[in-house]
Design a protein around this ligand. Sequence first.
Ligand code: FAD
Length: 277
Amino acid sequence: MRSRPVSITEMRSETPTQCTIVLDWEPEAQPGQFVMVWLPGVDEVPMGFSSIGPSAAITIQRMGDATEALCALDPGDRVGVRGPLGKGFELLEGKRCLLVGGGNGVAPLVPLAEALVAKGCRVYSAVGARTREELLFIDRLAGIAGLAPEVATDDGSQGHHGFVSNLALRLMDEFRPDVVYTCGPELMMRKVADACWERSIPCQASLERYMKCGIGLCDACACGRYLVCRDGPVLSGEHLRGVPDFGSFKRGPSGVKVPFAAPGGGGSIGIRLRSED
Ligand SMILES: Cc1cc2nc3c(=O)[nH]c(=O)nc-3n(C[C@H](O)[C@H](O)[C@H](O)COP(=O)(O)OP(=O)(O)OC[C@H]3O[C@@H](n4cnc5c(N)ncnc54)[C@H](O)[C@@H]3O)c2cc1C
């Protein structure tokens, strides 16, 4: 599958560390699918959709070379796109849904919320960030669901003081959702999935792994027996339950397994095998 050029129609600054690129592109995408975005001379990186429709959009967390370069683009500039790729969220009808997003993981939950509301679902959401300035798409989610998201910040500057996974546990017991959808740091999603398993609530989690081909050829994104680009990025709790890597290890660019760092960057689960990423 070849990359094709699309023009940028709008650049938005969402928070001090996140920007949105609106594209002159109407892909036939499902919420949770992703696209490989190519910036010639820099890199080609996977990005989820934060808007689907006549003007697809991606929302980017500045991390390193590619994401900094993407956020520095201007309307009229072009990027290469390959996709939509992978499997998105499974949409259910008329259910009580809890969406749990951490950091930039909130972005793909926005088109998901739109699709669920269109299917007659009641949508509750829990949104987390390190600090209040980095809370993403609170107003958009409130507008779509007709209900303000519950908020958690690591530093306590807004809402629940602590991780959004802890807030999600309380909301599971309060709202009794039929299904939980989650996207964000994997340790957070693992905690959410554990709570769902304990309560027999079906869940779906959108995983991030290092991706090269994006189409199931190179194995870079292997997670247990799944290729995250082909079988995911959204995997059901049922599938993830048998995957020891979920919440424990990802793979770096060379394929070496790297444990997930604990929040705050201090410790990690196990010993860091190699500091390659
Ligand atoms: C399915 C999927 C959807 C994603 N959606 C978004 C999104 O909507 N918004 C967003 O900001 N980020 C998203 N990411 C993560 C994003 O791809 C990385 O943050 C980005 O590639 C970092 O590149 P960099 O050069 O800026 O940073 P680097 O300094 O190169 O890397 C920073 C971190 O990003 C990871 N990373 C680098 N290259 C890749 C790659 N090719 N594939 C996966 N991870 C990589 C590294 O392992 C490292 O942990 C998604 C990742 C996946 C797998």
